[in-house]
Design a protein around this ligand. Structure first.
Ligand code: DOR
Length: 443
């Protein structure tokens, strides 16, 4: 009976026997993570101490992770939750469930909702919907009122309400003077501006990458130069103001190179890449005409895919984010150029990362996990993403070699718009732990 009592030696949760990967401390085989009051108490490898802790703790609170990887809870900087406004496509709650099933313990939601998240009331509404959800939700507020690109939102008020960053995602902040002033404000609060870098004039009404493939298909293109110019402008504005720019969903070679150079010059710029941009090329559109392949910025050429991967490998790109963008089946079931852009991503991200980046030898597990934990945590300035003592006990437990086939009907997300249906992927999330509690379990 003593096992059930909470003594100094007993814990609220113990995860034992797994291979622990913490980008800050490295890889520990057969390590044991001790959790109390929702926080990490220790990562223990001393056999005697582990035995004592296991003995003092109720069996129901012990997770055997033998043969599994145990990582800090994954963080996704780029998720669309569609609430308020399009609760038929996703809600804060269903998005958080999808995130948890995908191994994420923290997500940042985008403000392109209806109404846009551009004031305190809307931020507070989203945060209130996230109370008790199986994933921590941070809100990213709008840069401009109604995301219209005309007038700055009340950035100080948004920060007071709790936003961790600002963005007009879905749209580029086209006006350079507005972007300059937004950077100056954001700098006062040490938050980044997350930029959807695609110059509006250059993309026009294009719906796929401008390339040989778009010419053959007679579909209007969005040229890579639209992203490159937008990124280069923001690099100069970040350099000029000293503010922080985070380039979202990097899709092409020129952008990767621009970011790489700017970083080497000391500009405060960070970047993310999405699984679809390192897994798909525009040739797929010709093969399938699947509207789930329509996304902004678009999937591009093999050379771009290789450049995005090279950026992930050498650190030009800091994070992997999903750009989870749920859309209803009715809205996607139309001509390619009529369909809304975006695909869901939370429940396929880890499998695509393992299959396309780790199994291929581009990234080690530690490097991949760094791009899903400590790096995004640093960008939003949160004490998350590693196993530091006293930090929130957020963990992802992964069966690294478990194979599965993507079946959208099994998604927790309310939407099913993925081009990856039927893909065979490796790596499954077994359990996701948020604040020391099991938030998702595959069994
Ligand atoms: O493809 C996209 N879909 N890109 C974006 O930037 C916005 C997103 C959405 O909200 O659907």
């Amino acid at each position: 009976m003593n096992a059930a009592k909470k003594t100094n030696d007993s814990y609220d949760l113990i995860v034992t026997g797994g291979t622990v990967i913490d980008p800050k401390i490295g890889v520990l085989n057969d390590a044991t993570i001790l959790i109390r009051d929702g926080e990490f108490v220790a990562v223990e490898t001393d056999k005697k101490k582990v035995a004592a802790a296991l003995k003092a703790t109720d069996k129901s609170k012990i997770i055997d992770a033998t043969g599994k990887l145990v990582t800090p809870g994954l963080i996704d900087l780029h998720v669309h939750l569609r609430e308020p406004g399009r609760e038929d496509e996703e809600t804060v709650r269903t998005g958080a469930e999808a995130a948890s099933a995908g191994g994420f313990t923290t997500i940042c939601c985008m403000p392109n909702t209806t109404p846009a998240i551009d004031d305190q009331e809307t931020v507070r509404f989203v945060l209130s919907e996230a109370v008790g959800a199986p994933c921590r939700v941070f809100v990213v507020g709008a840069v401009t009122k109604n995301r219209a690109g005309k007038e700055l939102a009340e950035i100080g008020d948004l920060v007071k309400a709790g936003v961790v960053a600002i963005t007009d995602d879905g749209d580029f902040v086209q006006d350079p003077d507005l972007m300059r002033r937004a950077l100056e404000y954001a700098q006062m609060f040490d938050i980044p501006i997350m930029q959807h870098a695609e110059d509006k004039f250059l993309v026009g009404d294009g719906v796929m990458n401008e390339s040989f493939a778009s010419a053959k298909l007679g579909i209007k293109g969005r040229p890579a130069v639209a992203e490159e110019i937008a990124t280069l402008r923001d690099i100069q504005l970040a350099r000029f103001t000293g503010g922080r720019v985070h380039i979202q969903h990097v899709s092409c070679a020129g952008t990767v190179e621009a970011i790489r150079r700017a970083k080497a010059e000391g500009v405060k710029i960070t970047a993310e890449a999405c699984p679809h941009h390192f897994s798909l090329t525009d040739d797929e559109i010709e093969k399938k005409f699947d509207t789930n392949l329509r996304v902004n910025p678009p999937i591009r050429t093999q050379a771009d895919v290789e450049a995005v991967i090279a950026g992930l490998v050498d650190g030009a790109i800091d994070c992997i984010a999903t750009d989870h963008a749920p859309h209803s089946a009715e809205e996607k079931d139309v001509e390619f150029d009529q369909a809304p852009a975006g695909m869901v991503g939370l429940e396929t991200a880890l499998g695509l990362i393992k299959t396309r980046l780790i199994d291929t030898g581009f990234l080690s597990w530690t490097d991949a996990i760094r791009k899903l934990t400590v790096n995004p945590a640093r960008i939003i300035n949160q004490p998350l993403g590693d196993l530091s003592i006293g930090h929130s006990a957020d963990l992802t437990i992964i069966a690294p070699d478990a194979e599965w086939t993507v079946d959208p009907s099994e998604f927790k997300s309310k939407s099913r718009n993925t081009p990856f249906a039927g893909w065979k992927l490796s790596s499954k999330v077994v359990k996701t732990i948020l604040r020391g509690q099991v938030a998702y379990s595959s069994d």
